[in-house]
Design a protein around this ligand. Structure first.
Ligand code: UDX
Length: 447
């Protein structure tokens, strides 16, 4: 009889997808997979994954207590954690005692499911933590409570550009805030997260050594647990299908008709949203840039609007060179030869996917780790240009031209080719991430 691995993703698409990618890797190495997932918030369509067993977690009551939107994101995650003992205990114990199923080797949980760690430890199940962001982001989480304690957060307007020497190269504006008042709850949230990592068997990070090893070493000096950098995860598993929304594949055919390197791909991930004024500026910035584009306008991504109200004249002006879709097959789009740049919110998955395909970025971060990711893109790796300040059509047009038409863009593209090469090395059979996957699997097999 083989062994079973239990997976607990956080019910957000940017967290579910990397967990599903781990599921695919483990399944291909002979492990059975059981996934515990939420029924109410960003649910997974389990019919798309017939090889795995799914256990529903009926958390509707908790999710319904919170409105959707950024300000409630951290309180919602904390409430999930507080209730998880009750919600998960019964299902976990019944899976562990089910004699018809393979014995459980270990559990892999999202970083933000910190209370699960203590539950699993009580039940004697070895538990790994999946950090779906960078290794650097773990150091940002660790430092944040200290900055609050020192009175440096909430950040004063005059301090926004001040470097945070504890977590260079970040500036105060890059700290991982989620919504306006999150500094009140984030210290507890992050501290509980880090304490639970200390109690785990190790951290699996969706990153690779060439871009994150210094941050891994820094983290391990403070939290001495094994760290397995096994990313970019999507390069080790077959293309995972979107959990929530159907991908519009017509944009790939459309890309076939465009010139090599000419198309700007615009997408701000699965959570970020903009107000209608920013939406209008974005539309006219794209139109005035005269550059072909694919723009993902997700349902719910324009504040207060249920449908996409494009400005008068926009469709006529961009006819033949603009395509709007509600959800794209992003990895395939970025890998297409016609795509020359990516205007992104710098969610970690999007950032990694751009690096893997060598697509330079225009960075417009919104919340959480995105500001720090963008800082790395623009100031450390120098493979993108930041879009700072108020969104305004003239600035958008100019930034697109800087990256796609001017000499500055040529140098950025050159550096991005180097990063793409590094990413391609780590996934080779003797590459760092492949070696770490093998190490991790050997450990899991030994339990
Ligand atoms: C969230 C946070 O925002 C992010 O900062 C954190 O690092 C992970 O969780 P999200 O906002 O969704 O994630 O951004 P991102 O991490 O970039 O993930 C989005 C995923 O959706 C990517 O894998 C991307 O390929 C996919 N996607 C996005 C699509 O498949 N189609 C689309 O049209 C847009």
């Amino acid at each position: 009889m083989g062994k079973r691995v239990l997976l607990f993703p956080l019910p957000y698409k940017g967290h579910i997808n990397p967990m599903l990618e781990i599921a695919a890797i483990l399944h291909s190495r002979g492990f059975s997979i059981t996934i515990f997932h939420s029924t109410s918030y960003d649910p997974i369509d389990s019919t798309k994954y017939p090889l795995y067993r799914f256990i529903l977690v009926e958390d509707g009551e908790i999710s319904n207590r919170f409105i959707s939107g950024l300000d409630d994101a951290v309180p919602r995650m904390m409430a999930w954690n507080n209730s998880c003992e009750q919600l998960f205990y019964n299902s976990l114990t019944s899976v562990l005692s089910d004699e018809n199923e393979e014995p459980v080797a270990c559990l892999i949980r999202d970083t933000h499911w910190y209370n699960l760690q203590h539950l699993a430890n009580r039940l004697g199940v070895p538990t790994f933590v999946l950090r779906t962001g960078s290794a650097a982001s773990l150091n940002w989480f660790m430092t944040f409570p200290q900055l609050v304690q020192k009175g440096r957060i909430p950040v004063q307007e005059s301090q926004l550009n001040t470097p945070v020497i504890e977590i260079a190269p970040l500036q105060m504006r890059d700290l991982p805030l989620i919504g306006n008042r999150s500094y009140e709850v984030l210290p507890e949230f992050f501290m509980k997260g880090i304490d639970a990592i200390r109690a785990s068997s190790g951290v699996i990070v969706n990153t690779f050594h060439a871009i994150d090893s210094i941050e891994v070493e820094k983290f391990q000096r403070a939290v001495p647990v094994p760290v397995f950098c096994i990313g970019p995860l999507h390069k080790f598993s077959p293309p995972s299908r979107s959990c929530l929304l159907d991908q519009d594949h017509s944009c790939l055919e459309w890309l076939d008709t465009q010139a090599v390197g000419s198309v700007l791909y615009v997408s701000f991930g699965s959570v970020a949203y903009m107000n209608y004024e920013d939406f209008m500026e974005t539309a006219w910035g794209l139109a005035n840039s005269v550059q072909p584009f694919i723009w993902v306008v997700r349902p719910g991504s324009i504040l207060g609007r249920n449908k996409v109200d494009l400005p008068d004249g926009f469709v006529a002006v961009t006819s033949g060179r603009g395509k709007i879709v509600s959800w794209a097959p992003q990895k395939e789009v970025l890998a297409h030869a016609s795509v020359g740049a990516f205007w992104t919110h710098n969610g970690w998955n999007s950032t990694l996917e751009a690096i893997c395909e060598g697509v330079p970025m225009i960075c417009w971060p919104h919340f959480g780790d995105q500001m720090g990711n963008a800082r790395y893109v623009t100031h450390v790796w120098k493979v993108g240009i930041g879009l700072e300040g108020k969104l305004e059509r003239g600035i958008i047009e100019k930034t697109i031209k800087r990256l796609m038409k001017e000499d500055e863009g040529v140098e950025i593209r050159e550096r991005m080719r180097g990063m793409k090469h590094e990413a391609s090395l780590c996934i080779k059979s003797d590459g760092s991430s492949s070696i770490n996957i093998n190490k991790l699997i050997n450990i899991i097999s030994s339990f």
